[in-house]
Unconditional design. Structure first.
Ligand code: ZN
Length: 317
């Protein structure tokens, strides 16, 4: 089977206060709150999913919310920044919106000919908004507080900070089907061959003199790439095992099936299936409005609800 990866499926990061996280991503950034569930491996804590109108793969930013979690330390072996795409001519809108909400933001010099704003989320995670002319297959959420002409259109890219980038680059190009499309100083840009997929870009930052990072609040926990279906995921599992990676068995994440492995630079990679998606257990119109639990945790619903901190709908901004 000749298979290539279309792009990112989701990015999962660590937050501390769940309400603050919800207000920032759904309120300020205007993403749709597509799923309110718990961390299946730690069901006393929330797992939030944000995305476009339907939680299309390539738009999904997710958080483990661990109240009181201390902050991580940025460094190598980690994703250094998560970049979202915004339409052209949206820079001024976003700079003003961020300023109004007292989020310090910096408009940096062009990166590979694209305009860029950087700021940090409430836990210190570095977020970038990149103006991109390339149309992608995502669906604006009509309930967003951001107008459609400036809305976030899924991921642009992630930047991975690595002590050395060559082995990770080899995984992307020789296995995933990515190509080196640009480079500047220590930044090497790889892209999938699917030009309309959101999140088709991965930048590898070669940082031989930096210290290893420590994952905690404000850090990316893992990044997930897309598999079209279960068969394609099995193919990836076999390929990766044959290359010597230590890959988990397929794990049921209800909204997708997952395998995980650590890439050569130390970042946790996942491969997640596109189906069944977020309408698996609630209607499209209801996404994110109530706590959803996987079938195997339903019997513990009342105990789980007792320990989860209450949350209010995201503040509209
Ligand atoms: Zn994941």
């Amino acid at each position: 089977m000749e298979t290539e990866i279309a792009g990112l499926h989701h990015v999962t990061a660590i937050a501390s206060d769940p309400q603050r996280n919800l207000d920032f991503y759904a309120g300020l950034l205007g993403l749709r709150f597509v799923k309110r569930t718990v961390n299946f491996d730690d069901p006393g804590t929330y797992h939030f999913y944000f995305g476009d109108a339907r939680g299309t793969p390539g738009t999904i930013m997710t958080f483990f919310a661990w109240p009181g979690a201390r902050r991580g330390i940025r460094g190598t072996g980690q994703v250094d920044a998560v970049a979202f795409s915004i339409p052209q001519n949206s820079m001024d809108y976003w700079l003003e919106r961020l300023e109004q909400q007292h989020v310090p933001a910096e408009r940096t010099s062009l990166r590979f000919d694209e305009e860029l704003i950087r700021f940090v989320d409430p836990d210190g995670l570095l977020i970038e908004l990149v103006e991109s002319a390339v149309p992608v297959n995502v669906e604006h959420w009509q309930g967003s507080s951001v107008p459609a002409e400036h809305t976030i259109r899924g991921f642009h890219s992630v930047s991975a900070a690595l002590e050395g980038y060559e082995r990770t680059a080899k995984l992307l190009t020789e296995s995933f089907g990515y190509r080196l499309v640009n480079e500047s100083n220590n930044r090497f840009r790889f892209a999938s061959q699917n030009e309309t997929a959101a999140g088709r870009v991965v930048d590898l930052l070669c940082m031989p003199d930096a210290h290893p990072g420590r994952a905690a609040a404000g850090s990316v926990h893992h990044i997930a790439f897309r598999a079209r279906d279960d068969a394609e995921q099995r193919h990836w599992r076999e390929q990766l095992v044959a290359l010597g990676y230590n890959v988990t068995p397929v794990i049921d994440r209800v909204y997708f099936q997952s395998i995980y492995f650590r890439e050569p630079g130390g970042i946790l990679f996942e491969i997640a299936t596109d189906p069944p998606g977020f309408t698996f257990d609630e209607d499209l119109g209801q996404l994110g409005q109530s706590l959803r639990l996987p079938p195997w945790l339903e019997s513990a619903r009342s105990q789980i609800q007792e320990v989860l901190p209450p949350i209010a709908p995201p503040t509209k901004q």
